[in-house]
Design a binder for this molecule. Structure first.
Ligand SMILES: Nc1ncnc2c1ncn2[C@@H]1O[C@H](COP(=O)(O)OP(=O)(O)O)[C@@H](O)[C@H]1O
Ligand SMILES: [Mg+2]
Length: 274
């Protein structure tokens, strides 16, 4: 059985709309998986279901052999960290330091280790000068950094990021994306990233596309985004590489590459030949 297995999940907030109709997918241990879909397609709800914060109307979720139910919920939650879409819902401490440490308090970590972890991850996300501030005084992007540091400090083996960098400026977003990629390198960390960042989804190990309450595609990011027409019809944007290929296709030049480097290579070849 795969590491995370979601089978025939059903969920609705009210009878009028079956939000998740029949969602099934598998995630391997150590993968970096992106979940994409238009606004309102139920991505944040799916994240809450995975954490056991909402309960499904049908279907099952199994994580590392444990079915998500009343009996196992504590064990499962102890291994998962989530950064919510709206970081305001995640703050309880009087200072940034308290907030980053919050998740560690339930984890039998000594005070000294806790402070070390808080300091280490505060530096990694660029918050080292804000540790004594009140969380309420921070900007949206800074709050997202605090939430992220808190989750990373827990060193969970599964992390769910729900649009976790949406409030950061492009440079801040790149820093955080690089940090997450770096942490993911040791392959014991499984990352589920719900994202509007098409470039991130394009590069993920796997990309799950949600539409109309179901998984309408689950493939390598570059394959999910191959059909630009379909992606636009779903209401999503096309990655940069796809846009470049489309533009050249209109001029009768058919590029095959899946990355910027490959496309640049092909264009050089083309230029040299002509
Ligand atoms: N707590 C809730 N109660 C009722 N409806 C909700 C609640 N949370 C979300 N919804 C509705 O469910 C739908 C999916 O929301 P959400 O899971 O946040 O989608 P996404 O994250 O893909 O944008 C939306 O129509 C939203 O308004
Ligand atoms: Mg959402």
């Amino acid at each position: 059985m795969s590491f995370i297995s979601v089978r025939n999940l059903k969920f609705s907030y009210d009878e009028k709309q079956q939000l998740l109709d029949d969602v099934s997918f598998d995630i391997n241990k150590g993968d970096y998986v992106a979940i994409v879909g238009r606004n309102g397609s139920g991505k944040s709800t799916l994240a809450k279901l995975l954490m056991g914060l909402e309960s499904a109307d049908g279907g099952s979720i199994t994580i590392d052999g444990l079915e998500l139910n009343e009996e196992n919920i504590k064990k499962i939650r102890a291994r998962m960290g989530i950064v919510f879409q709206n970081p305001d819902n995640q703050f309880i401490g009087a200072t940034v330091r308290d907030d980053i440490a919050f998740g560690l308090e339930n984890r039998c970590v000594s005070h000294e280790d806790m402070q070390n972890l808080v300091d280490r991850f505060a530096v990694k996300v660029g918050l080292e000068n804000l540790l004594d501030k009140e969380p309420e005084a921070l900007s949206g992007g800074q709050k997202q950094r605090v939430a992220l540091a808190g989750v990373l400090a827990m060193q969970s083996d599964i992390i769910i990021l729900d649009e976790a960098t949406s409030m950061l400026d492009p440079r801040g977003r790149d820093t955080i994306k690089n940090l997450v990629r770096e942490l993911h390198k040791d392959k014991s960390l499984t990352i589920i990233s719900i994202t509007h960042d098409i470039e991130e989804a394009y590069k993920a190990d796997d990309c799950i596309l949600l539409c109309d309450g179901r998984v309408c595609d689950h493939n390598k990011g570059k394959d999910v985004f191959k059909d630009a027409k379909r992606i636009r019809a779903i209401g999503l944007d096309v990655p940069f590489v796809g846009k470049v290929k489309e533009a050249f296709k209109e001029k009768g030049i058919f590029l095959e590459g899946d990355s910027e480097e490959e496309i640049v290579g092909e264009l050089w070849q083309y230029t040299l030949k002509n």
